[in-house]
Design a protein around this ligand. Structure first.
Ligand code: HEM
Length: 243
C-alpha cells in the first residue's frame, strides 16, 4: 500500500483542485459528485497507473497483511529522519498510520453510516441459534446498519463519539458488533484501500479548508433504504479557506 503513495498524492491533489472553484465562489460542494470522482480516480490509478505494474487484487490482499514492501526507498529514508519528518506535511501511508484520532473518526463515521448496510452468508449445516432452527442452505442476511445502532452494544447509539474506538473501548466489545467491512475470510478486500483513500483526502482537504454546514445542508441527513447507504438528497457543505 505504501508503494501507492505517489499515485494517491496525484489523486488527492486533483481532488483539492476540483474543490477550489466552488470554495472560492462560496458555493456548496455536493459530496457524491466530487468524492465519487476521487474514488474512481484512485481505483483506476491504483489498477492501471503503477510505475511497476502489480496485480491490484494481490496488492489489496498484501495490504490486509501489512506486508507490502516499499518500492520507493528514497521516500522511506525520508520518513525515518525526524527533522525532515517535521517539515513534511503531505499525508502519506506512514504518517496517516500514526494519526490515532483520525482513525477513530473514520471508524465512528462508518459505524453510523456503514456504506454497506448489510451482507449475507449461506448456512452450510443446520444449526440452532437462540432456540431458532436455521436449516442447511438458508440465506442469512446480516444487518450491519442495525447492529451498528443497537443500544445493546452501543451506548447512545445515534451519538457521534470517536472515543468508542480507543484501544480500551474496542477491547470491551465483541468483534461482531462492528462490521463496516464484514468479518472473516470473506470480509472486504478493499478495506485498506478504502481507509487510506478516505484518510488522505480528509487530511489533505483539512490542511487547506474547514467544512461548514450551510443553508443547503440537510440536518439530520436522510439516508436511502437500499443496500448501499447514501444520502437520499445529497450532502452539501461549504468549504472555508484556512489560509
Ligand atoms: C468504505 C468503503 C468500503 C466498504 C464500507 C466496504 C464494505 C464491504 C462489506 C461490508 C463487504 C462484505 C464483507 C463480508 O460479508 O464479510 C465487502 C466485500 C467486498 N468488498 Fe468492500 N467495501 C468498501 C470498499 C471496497 C473497495 C474500494 C473495494 C475494491 C477496490 C472493495 C472490494 C470488495 C470485494 C471484492 C468484496 C467481496 C469479498 C468476498 O466476497 O470475498 N470494497 N465490502
Amino acid at each position: 500500500m505504501r508503494a501507492l503513495n505517489s499515485i494517491f498524492k496525484r489523486s488527492y491533489e486533483q481532488l483539492l483542485e476540483n474543490l477550489k472553484p466552488k470554495a472560492e465562489a462560496g458555493e456548496p460542494i455536493e459530496f457524491k459528485q466530487v468524492f465519487g470522482a476521487y474514488t474512481m480516480d484512485i481505483i483506476a490509478a491504483a489498477g492501471f497507473g503503477l510505475d511497476k505494474p502489480k496485480d491490484l487484487l494481490q496488492m489489496m490482499l498484501n495490504a490486509h497483511n501489512d506486508k507490502d514492501v516499499n518500492d520507493d526507498e528514497a521516500l522511506h529514508q525520508y520518513e525515518k529522519d525526524p527533522e525532515k519528518w517535521k517539515k513534511r506535511d503531505c499525508p502519506n501511508y506512514d504518517n496517516i498510520q500514526k494519526m490515532d484520532y483520525l482513525d477513530r473518526v473514520f471508524s465512528e463515521t462508518v459505524r453510523l453510516y456503514a456504506p454497506g448496510g448489510r451482507t449475507g452468508r449461506q448456512v452450510e449445516k443446520e444449526m440452532i441459534v437462540n432456540g431458532y432452527k436455521i436449516p442447511k442452505k438458508s440465506e442469512i442476511m446480516i444487518t450491519i446498519h442495525a447492529i451498528h445502532r443497537d443500544p445493546e452494544f452501543w451506548e447512545e447509539p445515534d451519538k457521534f463519539d470517536p472515543e468508542r474506538f480507543t484501544p480500551e473501548n474496542k477491547a470491551k466489545r465483541h468483534p461482531y458488533c462492528y462490521l463496516p467491512f464484514g468479518h472473516g475470510p470473506r470480509s472486504c478486500i478493499g478495506m485498506r484501500l478504502a481507509q487510506v483513500e478516505a484518510k488522505y483526502a480528509l487530511v489533505y482537504i483539512l490542511q487547506h479548508y474547514r467544512f461548514k454546514t450551510c443553508e443547503e445542508t440537510e440536518i439530520p441527513i436522510q439516508l436511502t433504504k437500499g443496500g448501499i447507504t447514501k444520502p437520499a438528497n445529497g450532502m452539501k457543505l461549504k468549504l472555508e479557506s484556512r489560509v
